[in-house]
Design a protein around this ligand. Structure first.
Ligand code: ADP
Ligand code: GLC
Length: 488
């Protein structure tokens, strides 16, 4: 049973949703029986996904408070049962985590504690003896704790072991201790090795403590988060897990992200025949009022505009890039208001050379992957990153900072041999971005055979979910072993 706050295609703000949707399907294909439990947000298209009422009323105890919810259900083409927890009090709102002004909902700790508890309660109602409860990020980390604190001897859930996947250690769910009674995990667990964090509650930390296994989404980020510089305070707790904290690289869902069959892009193409990629580039240029010229290298970005992603650093480099190089730039993103304003205005200053769209648009995201020659991710840190994996498949060579999953998935260009799949830099600075984009652009113009070879090599890379799902299988087995030895 996976408990998650997002799952594609029902509700998504980032890669977490892609992972929950694709991993659950890949596991099902490997022969497991998987269910996903998530909130029924207002934005979910009930009719489009044939979501049906399933349970009229379910009682969920939060501390001494009894809450009520309903449950709806649908099934994915792969056969995964998706259960939606309906609560007028908690989930029937616009926005998953915050309102339109980006203010976090004040009751987020209550909303997601409730989701975590409801997911376990649903297993009981279904008589679903899960072998594994798989929690994702701070939002459902408490499921791992509830499982041990309240369901240790439960006839349905007593045998379940837990795995917590950390998609981003920068978001921990840290909240005022006044919510602790409601969360209902007993005050003896409010200690600095479990939930207490400078007098507040830290959801992720408690989850790390209680989960039988913990993983993050790339081997490199697993190493990085064992160091104080990169772990946002979690290094001691992750190191305490020893071998029970590992990195498993995300896969890509090639049913959604494959230029050979992608129905969202203007023309399909393959590494044997790239004619369609030219069409995609010209169409993208037209769509965004850029000069329509297939020979000018086009640099793309699709990203949340958040500190993590380093686009503020890019804002210090992009104008020099545009002033000194014959290149076009396209950005799709939303998030921090000052960055939205900056990038929204850039096309006015560089007409015909810059296109930007502030907002969320899945179709345009696919167009940019297909139309771009290079794809830029200057992240300060990146647990895995999916867009660079998609870019490889679309033959848009990644230009990335060598951090986390970006470092694990992109191979550095070697000017002497023409090897590699992209361009990496190490410093989080405008300078480094400028020079590395310059390196890519000069390769595009001056070392064309290298470029074409890299595009082919990139498109051959296969980060399918099947491999990652097998790694998760191993992690699940270890979680079960750990729980069994705890029980002895
Ligand atoms: P993160 O989860 O940190 O945002 P990832 O690279 O793992 O980063 O995943 C981001 C996902 O969200 C990708 O599928 C990407 O295409 C999508 N995405 C991000 N921003 C937008 C946007 N503005 N419009 C459409 N899709 C977006
Ligand atoms: C987080 C990370 C991103 C990762 C995604 C899915 O949002 O920021 O790097 O790819 O989760 O695991």
């Amino acid at each position: 049973m996976m408990a998650a706050s997002e799952c594609a295609p029902y509700a998504k703000t980032g890669g977490l949703a892609d992972v929950v949707g694709a991993l659950s399907a890949a596991l099902q294909v490997l022969g497991h029986q998987v269910i996903v439990v998530m909130p029924k947000y207002r934005s979910i298209a009930v009719d489009e996904f044939d979501i049906q009422p399933f349970l009229g009323l379910m009682s969920v105890w939060m501390g001494d408070t009894e809450e009520w919810c309903a449950v709806h259900r649908t099934e994915t083409p792969a056969g995964v049962g998706i259960y939606f927890v309906e609560s007028g009090k908690y989930f029937n709102r616009d926005g998953l985590y915050h309102d339109a002004q980006l203010n976090d909902f004040w009751d987020n700790p209550r909303r997601f504690a409730f989701l975590s508890r409801a997911a376990l309660q649903l297993c009981k109602e279904l008589g679903y003896k899960a072998d594994i409860v798989h929690a994702h990020d701070w939002q459902t980390a408490l499921a791992a704790a509830y499982l041990k604190v309240w369901h240790w001897d439960d006839p349905i859930l007593g045998g379940a072991a837990s795995l917590l996947t950390i998609h981003n250690v920068g978001y921990q769910g840290v909240y005022d201790a006044r919510h602790y009674d409601y969360i209902g995990l007993q005050w003896n667990n409010f200690t600095s090795d479990k939930f207490e964090d400078h007098g507040k509650i830290n959801f992720l930390k408690g989850g790390i403590h209680y989960a039988d296994m913990v993983n993050t989404v790339s081997p490199k980020y697993a190493d990085e988060t064992r160091t104080p510089e990169m772990a946002h305070g979690m290094a001691p707790y992750l190191n305490d897990k020893g071998e029970n904290y590992i990195g498993i690289l995300n896969g890509a869902d090639y049913t959604q992200w494959n230029p050979e069959v992608d129905p969202l892009i203007p023309a399909n193409y393959s590494r044997e025949d790239l004619t369609g990629k030219k069409t995609c580039k010209l169409e993208l240029q037209k769509q965004l009022s850029l000069i329509e010229d297939e020979h000018i290298p086009l640099l793309g970005v699709v990203s949340r505009l958040a500190h993590q992603k380093g686009l503020d650093i890019l804002s210090g480099a992009i104008e020099s890039i545009l002033n000194n190089m014959n290149v076009q730039f396209v950005l799709l993103g939303s998030g921090e208001k000052n960055l939205e304003r900056y990038f929204a205005h850039l096309p006015v200053r560089y007409p015909g050379r810059v296109g930007s769209f502030i907002g969320y648009d899945n179709e345009l995201a696919h167009w940019i992957e297909a139309g771009a020659d290079m794809f830029l991710m200057p992240s300060r840190y990146e647990p895995c990153g999916l867009n660079q994996i998609y870019s490889l498949k679309y033959g848009a060579l990644p230009v990335v900072r060598a951090t986390g999953g970006l470092d694990d998935t992109v191979e550095q260009y070697d000017e002497s041999t023409g090897g590699g799949t992209g361009f990496k830099f190490y410093e989080a600075s405008a300078h480094a971005i400028y020079y590395t984009v310059g390196w890519a652009v000069s390769t595009y113009y001056d070392r064309r055979e290298h470029w074409d070879g890299m595009v082919k090599r990139a498109m051959e890379k296969n980060f399918s979910w099947e491999n990652s799902a097998r790694e998760y299988e191993k992690a699940y087995h270890r979680a079960i072993q750990n729980k069994e030895s705890d029980k002895k």
